[in-house]
Write a protein that binds this ligand. Structure first.
Ligand code: WTA
Length: 663
């Protein structure tokens, strides 16, 4: 039951029409009574109780969750903490692949759909738990025959096809450490990652389909492995029929080896702290960081956070739009759902292929109940127009999720109204590659939501907002987001670089993990992420989160997307430069510039008025959809770009921006 006075899922405090001020966001949406009735955590009182219990006795809390898995040998201690190095469930032996597959295959779920896959061209495949298990066992035998031993690193470079998940799980089954490399990365990025992790094998496909054509992945791998001495073999899945050159002794067809392999393969019983995967993520300096996750702790948090945040039920069809090349794809496309025996909807391609209603068409046809996507996608849908969404029947949806960056309140409201039809709770989930799983998020049957905040930490997670000296901030005071206690799915180190691990995450605030994000807590203890701290600027002695100015801009009718950065200014310390993309029907002119400046002044205050507004046809983004503010900062400061642009998705965008200087 919802604990708030109102049980309707309508704004509580102020009527919606009069709301526009983003910084004083007052709208509040209690969980719909109907949703709360059947939820795993059904009231705020239950959440508070769970949180307090976990806080008072973390060992009992996490130990209790761990009991629900299959252990070949039970652990002896829940946590050994030698700051900043954690060992969870020491003495235990388990296998995450066994828990994700065999456990279900030995139950009524054997014939339940594990993966419903849809290709870009509309082709479909359904893999039951039984069939997925069979394929994984066969491929695990292939890995063993190819000489892969526990602890060996295996790089995986494929598009969004079930074999990507099969490869990941097969690695886990034999105790190999997977290193998934997003299929949009270049040969240089592959060799950098393969070399840093000294991978012994690369698993790829001949190609990957994208918007009606295909990218020849094998050619890119050929280019990469000229510089990767550690690689002994390359497994190639035939998918697109692209022409590939197979090198004798080195390259093997997936189907040739699968044809010979047995479909029985005992899982390797690994130690709790056995490494599970390395996933590379960008740091503030050039070299990517290999984030290392280990087995048991990751398993416990991936599974339990998925269960509670998505309130998963056996009947659900869960659609996560993230690529397995990112952490969201690891934890909430693969491991979290499979550990819960859930049904995953996996879509191969682009959201606008063949047109802008692809997601909504998929949701209607497959009767998807839960959608987990990113603000950048939602903004693109807003820009494309509501009719793409509304022409489809979305009545099957019951829950919506968001991840990856702060969701502007106006974007949240659109998601709530147009996609969720004011019926579906939204879980805005804050977490990082490093945290392994969701840390701050509403529990959809319990937590009243407010547009723009990820609300409260999950039970067992001790986040706080602190000053530079580590002392806690007052309510509504901006500060640094930290995590004060170890949690099971925390990164264990940066692969091969303990020193960088200690320096990046543990040196800023002694004894606390520093997230790199700025945030504030409101009077209800809700966390409002203000963006990365390097996106926090000081204008005339006032600290401003650039994402807050962005939210103000996006709340203006004409604006589709906005990125705000600072450039040095003699008088104010910093001046704000806004790059603004307009909705199709609007034209950027001086009048609109003035109107926008005034709008921001009204929303936040004159201090936040952008000094310069540049119209942009598009914003520079990484392939995972994050706006590359660093590039915009360079442009705003010197109108040229000197830094590394290798992770940029679309180079044309930069050219357009150079020409966009305010006249
Ligand atoms: C940002 C993605 C606000 C944040 C799972 C974090 C968010 C970084 C949210 C990690 C959210 C992620 N609200 N900001 N709900 N989720 N972020 O490693 O700055 O790709 O530090 O992990 O994304 O990005 P990563």
């Amino acid at each position: 039951m919802a604990t708030d006075e109102t049980t309707s899922n309508k704004p509580q405090t102020v009527p919606e029409s009069s709301i526009s001020s983003v910084l004083s966001e007052k709208r509040k949406f209690p969980p719909p009574a109907e949703f709360a009735k059947n939820a795993h955590v059904a009231s705020m009182a239950d959440y508070e109780r769970l949180y307090a219990e976990a806080d008072a006795d973390p060992d009992t809390y996490w130990g209790g969750l761990a009991e629900q898995f299959h252990w070949f040998k039970k652990w002896e201690s829940v946590l050994e903490w030698n700051s900043p190095y954690a060992k969870w469930f020491q003495g235990g032996k388990t296998n995450i692949c066994y828990n994700a597959l065999d456990v279900h295959v030995n139950s009524w779920r054997k014939n339940k759909a594990a993966i419903i896959w849809e290709g870009e061209e509309g082709d479909q495949r359904v893999l039951t738990y039984g069939e997925l298990h069979r394929q994984v066992c066969k491929f695990a035998n292939v890995l063993k025959i190819a000489g892969i031993r526990p602890g060996d690193r295996v790089a995986i470079y494929m598009g969004m096809v079930p074999e990507l998940i099969i490869a990941v799980l097969a690695c886990a089954r034999v105790g190999a450490v997977h290193n998934v490399i997003f299929a949009g990365f270049s040969a240089h990025a592959i060799s950098e990652r393969v070399n840093d992790s000294r991978a012994k094998m690369i698993i790829c496909a001949d190609g990957s389909r994208r918007r009606g054509s295909s990218i020849n992945l094998k050619n890119i791998v050929d280019e990469a492995i000229v510089n990767t001495p550690s690689v002994r073999s390359v497994m190639v899945l035939k998918l697109t029929g692209d022409t590939v050159h197979m090198h004798d002794g080195m390259d093997h067809w997936w189907h040739d080896l699968m044809g010979l392999a047995s479909d029985e393969c005992d899982p390797v019983e690994v130690d709790s702290e056995h490494p599970l995967f390395v996933l590379y993520t960008s740091g503030s300096t050039g070299k990517p960081k290999g984030i290392l996750h280990t087995t048991a702790g990751y398993m416990v948090h991936a599974a339990s956070s998925f269960k509670y945040v998505f309130d998963i039920k056996d009947e659900d069809i869960y659609f996560c739009t993230a690529d397995v090349g990112w952490i969201t794809g690891h934890t909430y496309m693969a491991y979290g759902p499979l550990l819960n025996g859930a049904t995953i909807l996996m879509y191969e391609g682009a959201p606008n292929y063949p047109q802008w209603d692809r997601f909504w068409d998929i949701i209607n046809r497959h009767k998807v109940t839960i959608l987990y996507t990113a603000p950048t996608a939602i903004r693109a849908f807003i820009r494309a127009g509501n009719e793409w969404v509304t022409k489809h029947n979305l009545n099957s949806l019951r829950l919506l999720g968001s991840v990856g960056e702060p969701i502007n309140p106006d974007v949240w409201m659109w998601y709530h109204k147009v996609v969720g039809q004011e019926r579906c709770p939204i879980v805005d989930t804050w977490w990082q590659t490093e945290t392994g799983g969701i840390m701050v998020s509403p529990l959809p049957g319990a937590t009243p939501t407010k547009p723009g905040t990820a609300t409260r930490p999950l039970p067992g997670i001790a986040v706080d907002v602190v000053h530079k000296d580590g002392t806690p901030c007052e309510a509504n005071e901006g500060g640094y987001l930290v995590i004060k206690k170890p949690w099971p799915s925390m990164l264990r180190t940066i692969y091969g670089d303990n020193e960088r691990y200690e320096k990046t995450y543990w040196s800023e605030f002694p004894g606390m993990y520093f997230t790199g994000d700025g945030a504030r807590k409101d009077d209800d203890g809700y966390i409002w992420i203000m963006g990365r701290v390097d996106d926090v600027v000081n204008v005339s002695g006032h600290r401003l989160g650039t994402s807050e100015v962005e939210s103000a801009l996006v709340s203006y009718e004409a604006v589709a997307e906005a990125a705000v950065v600072s450039r040095p200014d003699e008088i104010k310390g910093n001046a704000l430069v806004a790059f603004v993309t307009l909705k199709d029907e609007y034209v950027g002119d001086m009048k609109l510039r003035e109107a926008l400046r005034n709008h921001v002044a009204k929303e936040i205050g004159p201090i936040a008025k952008p000094d310069e507004i540049r119209w942009a046809k598009g914003l520079p983004k990484t392939r995972s959809g994050k706006i590359m503010r660093r590039l915009l900062r360079e442009l705003a400061t010197s109108n040229e770009i000197k830094g590394d642009v290798s992770t940029l998705e679309d180079f044309g965008v930069l050219e357009n921006l150079r020409d966009s200087e305010e006249d």
